[in-house]
Unconditional design. Structure first.
Length: 277
């Protein structure tokens, strides 16, 4: 009986935490965006302005690129570490976790101090622009937003598929290689079936993180309507101080929450498939 009461208490505490710390804050944004607005017309106008549409496009662009880069890096690094022995493999696995432990603001400042006008690569970029007549910019431009987002999301795929590959071992790949199979054939027919659902799971986590990134992007993005993502656009609306803009920020936030729930649904599906493969 004591065990039964203990499990019931733990379940109750878990639900209390989920309801009051997750569901109520998220749903309150949606309800506020509808109840405080001046009707559906105002809501639709708020989420369809030029600034919001451009920030939505920027968010999707950055998210897709971050997911692609994270997938390529994650698969390559996890495969190399799990299937080969070479000096520095432990160091690579350790360094890959840096984005998990570094503040997003610090990450943004690091790129600012690297590629900015006063950064150590800034003078070389300026010289290159002078020689070629181009106007290449990294920070306060789209490339900077992409770079910091890729940095913050890089470990997700790597950390999802590395345990799977380590648990799989090397015997199957080595046997296939002895039978004359090519590297691509080994990866396609042996390795990929084991990692396809963890890979998708990691890609979805990467997309969700990229979609909601604020601190790192804010450090390298200053042009509203050009390099702002949805979180920055929401912050700009809210900080403007006017009543209509604050209500509009709630409306735009509801769009971001909807996208988040879609990502959660996809993540749950990928996790279910991964656990039953």
């Amino acid at each position: 009986m004591k065990g039964r009461y203990g499990s019931t208490l733990l379940i109750l505490l878990a639900w209390i935490f989920i309801i009051f710390m997750l569901l109520i804050p998220m749903l309150s944004v949606v309800f506020q965006s509808l109840s405080l607005s001046l009707g559906w017309q105002f809501y639709v106008q708020s989420i369809s302005t030029v600034y919001v549409m451009k920030s939505l496009g920027m968010t999707i662009l950055v998210m897709v690129i971050a997911m692609l880069v994270s997938a390529i890096f994650g698969v390559a690094a996890a495969f190399a570490i799990s299937k080969f022995d070479f000096p520095g493999k432990t160091l690579i696995a350790t360094l890959a976790d840096i984005p998990f432990s570094v503040s997003p603001v610090i990450a943004g400042l690091a790129f600012l101090l690297t590629f900015g006008r006063l950064g150590w690569l800034g003078p070389y970029i300026n010289q290159f622009n002078a020689w070629t007549g181009l106007d290449i910019r990294i920070v306060f431009a789209i490339p900077g937003v992409i770079l910091v987002t890729v940095f913050m999301t890089m470990p997700f795929v790597f950390r999802e598929i590395l345990p799977v590959l380590l648990n799989q071992g090397r015997e199957e790949e080595e046997a296939a290689a002895l039978m004359g199979a090519s590297g691509w054939r080994i990866f396609k027919d042996i390795t990929f079936p084991h990692i396809k659902w963890p890979l998708l799971y990691g890609i979805i986590l990467c997309g969700a993180r990229a979609m909601g990134e604020f601190g790192a992007v804010a450090a390298v993005s200053k042009a509203r309507g050009s390099t702002f993502t949805l979180p920055l656009e929401i912050d700009a609306l809210y900080m403007s101080g006017t009543e209509s803009a604050v209500v509009a920020s709630f409306s735009v936030s509801s769009v971001l929450i909807l996208l988040a729930f879609i990502m959660i649904g996809l993540r749950t599906y990928a996790a279910h498939k991964a656990s039953h493969q």
